[in-house]
Design a protein around this ligand. Sequence first.
Ligand code: ADP
Ligand code: XUL
Length: 521
Amino acid sequence: MPQFLGIDASTQSISGIVIDTDAGSIVLDESINFGSDLPQYNAPTGVLDNPDPLVKHSNPLMWVEALEQLFGRCRSNGFDWSAIRGIGGSGQQHGTVYLNTSLADTAAWSPSVSLADQVRPMLSRATSPIWMDSSTSAECDEIAAAAGGNDIVVQTTGSIAIERFSGPQIRRFWKTAPAAYEMTARIHLVSSFMASLLSGVDAPIDPGDGAGMNLLNLTSSEWDSAMLEATAPGLADRLPPVRSSSAQVGEMKPYFCDKYGFNSGTPVIAWSGDNPNSLVGMGAVSPGVAVISLGTSDTFFAAMGRPTTDPNGYGHVFGNPAGGFMSLICFKNGSLTRDEVRNRFSLSWDNFSDAILTGTAPGNNGNLMLPYFESEITPRILNPSVRLFGEPAFMEWQDANAAARAVVEAQALTMRLHSEWIDERPRHILVTGGASRNPGIRQVIADVFGAELQCLNVANSAALGAALRAAHAGNDIEWEALFDVFAAPDRDIAVRPNPDAAAVYDGMTPIFRDKVAALQE
Ligand code: ADP
Ligand code: XUL
């Protein structure tokens, strides 16, 4: 019964999925939610309050404690961790953790003290900036200028210098807290930090997550010395090495074996970002299918035959954990924005879906929303702005059905507009993430893209991808064999586009684009 664990350290929760490769089944799917399970951290959606709406940080100790809760809860429920033969992981991308020591220099964790208490004195920065942060516009300009312009930055790293990426965040820390920066011995991504905790070594960063830093040279897969220099002094000494996504980084630390029953010697595989992991979890590692992930952020991504870049500067190129590259576009106003509209009208998710499917029609009778409840990454909108256009009841927030459709149509049209730069047109689109369970949301996406949508039974494709990577690494199990069993789309919930809707959305796309452009002026 070889079992493999995939852990997903995401914005709102930490989840674990265990696959059994002999039985061909998922034997564990458990989640610790920061809001409900760790209320003492005062971060109901995983993010700390800050008076500046552009600043979004999390408490890394909350992630550490959630990891322990996950292991502890499953064990109390009777789950036997000793059958695990490999552990892979996934982290929300771009977030950084600052330590005053390398984790490789620490003595063994003491079994009698909680891990969070042992990690606390190692932090040289109490909080971690995460992907939702957009406070580093000045640093992006400085980095781009020092590197010779954004054309060079994008050619080298696959993305222009961009606010949420780790490099600009590190530069801001160096500028605003130089003494604490000086004391920082290691800067980890969320992914490499979690892998380091488990293995007790300074875990490397893989090219999937490393490409989200504005520091990695995509061609050489090494840190780029010019980008490091443009970012902050002494950065090369503070970063862990870059290694392949399939590298074994170490073995599970005795602390976890003694406390939770893992076997000593259990391999820990390099962790990666949540989007690269999802690419694997959706079985989409070859070009031809695109994935839309509807999590806290909405993302659109696909494996790339060759690395092309977005002329408008919004899209990114990341490493594909199965080899080669992937495209990615990220939209910040994703699930929390849909939550916001749903909560305003006290709708259940079923009501929200019905509002779209039976309460309204494609095009929404001309009702259109610009739904930037938070500042937005794609398109770039630094100040939260919500605008409604159309019928009076809709504009006065009196029409729940139209509001539900409007937010989802705006999100889908934005994805369509901003994925046009990708060369390869997908044959079909796979959807994942919490909101992919929603039939109304699925239909709007199929209609706006005019493409068939397919779904997997597993909503958390990032955790699944991490488990599949652990099974693949060093175990002679081919990707295709794993995908056939664990990533086969559920034919019963395939969604076909409505042919009449395509013409409506073709007409609506330029209107929507003009309204967004006017907002950006
Ligand atoms: P992340 O991995 O980024 O933390 P998830 O993929 O777990 O996020 O998605 C969480 C979100 O899923 C919640 O914020 C909620 O808005 C959304 N969600 C959960 N169930 C549904 C549903 N039935 N319909 C639409 N959205 C849903
Ligand atoms: C991707 C991005 C988000 C986070 C969310 O660039 O910023 O999708 O990875 O976890």
